[in-house]
Design a protein around this ligand. Structure first.
Ligand SMILES: Cc1ncc(COP(=O)(O)O)c(C=O)c1O
Length: 409
């Protein structure tokens, strides 16, 4: 629904009451853990349960054959969401699996450079360290600006000096609301013809993500977070450049390739090359439904409302004595992180749980650089979504204020 009374960027209104009515979880909890896992809408669970029942009635292989068109919709929906074609999309059981598969397609050699940022996701950093251990690659981290977030010009200079085998960036990290300028980084990668891998796990479903604009070669995401799909689902985008260059995952199987003769195989021409034969079909159908649902709600409207709810929460948390809001950077998404004086992490999270508020803890080991720079060992992460309300935001801030007061006693 459009509100033409606004000035500047058109304000898009959502029917929040209807969206909440579609979301059974809203009746039970204040779910501010969408960066962990979003609440599924009823059509998503209906699609999954329906398919499981069909499998039970007619057989698993027969059920997937009967639902082939709906399975195909997973690819068309995700492709439309991120502005590419279905042939560039591979289903993955997790964002991490998609990421590892992409990395495995790059023939790293000793002294190859991986250029990344200080805000790249923890598992990506561990994967780079593992590649260093096995292949002797070098890992270079671009510096941040004083305001937070990567210094794109400094990163571009590092691209020119090191000619990295891979450039990697995380769009929105797990441990703060930072939005990284992935399209600006991508422009430099394209100019210099460098392989570029983007982790969009926290941005897909809350921000517009356009792979053509970003200029990446690979992009990874989960469906369970801001896309509100089921657990155990994600995807990998693979560019035509990568497919044409013949990059393929290290462990390619009988779905990703055809065994054409005893001594040879032929990889699929599409991103299916990065998939495995076995699929969790109910999950794939749930993910397709969740993606369609998000597109029908409208990504532009979601992108307006979701970070705005988070900004409202930060505004209310920042003045509370003993609370330190930790998000920094020129643009912030719907992950709100903060520390509270006088509390240990587990009791604080438990106190939020006891008040019916879902949240999540971030630890130093998830973000060695960022938490080192901020000099914190943990923080609480609150991540609202468009179906949360302003009243919930205010209530959560009120609860944090009450708890922070107890911590100071
Ligand atoms: C930025 C980011 N990347 C990747 C992941 C990993 O996703 P998955 O658990 O689906 O492997 C997460 C999970 O929290 C994340 O926040």
């Amino acid at each position: 629904m459009r509100d033409n009374s606004s000035t500047g960027r058109e304000a898009l209104q959502l029917d929040v009451a209807a969206l909440r009515a579609d979301t059974p979880g809203c009746r039970r909890v204040i779910h501010f853990n969408n960066a962990g896992c979003g609440l599924m809408a009823a059509p998503v669970t209906d699609a999954m349960v329906g398919h499981l029942n069909l499998e039970a009635r007619i057989g698993g292989y027969e059920a997937s054959a009967a639902r082939a068109a709906e399975v195909r919709a997973f690819y068309t929906e995700i492709a439309a969401l991120i502005n590419t074609t279905p042939d560039n999309i591979a289903f993955a059981g997790s964002a991490t699996h998609a990421y590892a598969n992409a990395l495995s397609a790059i023939p790293f050699e000793t002294d190859d450079v991986i250029l990344t940022t200080r805000d790249d996701f923890v598992s990506n950093q561990i994967a780079f360290l593992s590649l260093r251990k096995r292949f002797g690659v070098r890992i270079v981290h671009a510096p941040n600006t004083p305001d937070g977030g990567v210094d794109v010009e400094a990163m571009a200079a590092l691209m020119r000096t090191h000619r990295p085998r891979l450039v990697s960036a995380t769009h929105v990290p797990t441990n703060s609301g930072l939005v990284s300028p992935v399209a600006e980084i991508g422009r430099h990668c394209r100019e210099l013809d460098l392989l570029y891998l983007v982790d969009a796990c926290q941005s897909v479903g809350q921000l517009a993500v356009d792979v053509a604009e970003i200029g990446c070669d690979f992009l990874t995401a989960t469906c369970r977070k801001f896309l509100r799909g089921p657990r155990g689902s994600g995807f990998l985008y693979v560019s035509d450049r990568v497919l044409r260059a013949g990059h393929e995952p290290l462990f390619i199987d009988m779905h990703g390739a055809r065994w054409t003769e005893p001594g040879g195989y032929e990889p699929a021409g599409t991103a299916a090359r990065f998939e495995e034969w076995e699929f969790p079909y109910a999950t794939v159908l749930g993910s397709a439904t969740a993606t369609r649902y998000a597109r029908e709600v409208g990504i532009e409207a979601i992108e307006q409302r979701t970070p705005a709810l988070a900004a409202r929460l930060r505004d209310r948390l920042a003045p509370i004595p003993g609370v330190r809001v930790l998000d920094r950077g020129p643009r912030l998404a719907a992950l709100v992180t903060f520390g509270v004086a006088g509390w240990q992490r587990q009791p604080f999270k438990a106190a939020m749980d006891a008040r019916g508020i879902n949240s999540s803890l971030s630890l130093r080991e998830f973000a060695q650089f960022d938490f080192g720079d901020k000099d914190v060992d943990w923080c609480l992460r609150l991540s609202p979504h468009y179906y949360n309300t302003e009243e919930e935001v205010d209530h959560v801030a009120h609860v944090v204020a009450e708890l922070a007061g107890q911590g100071r006693r």
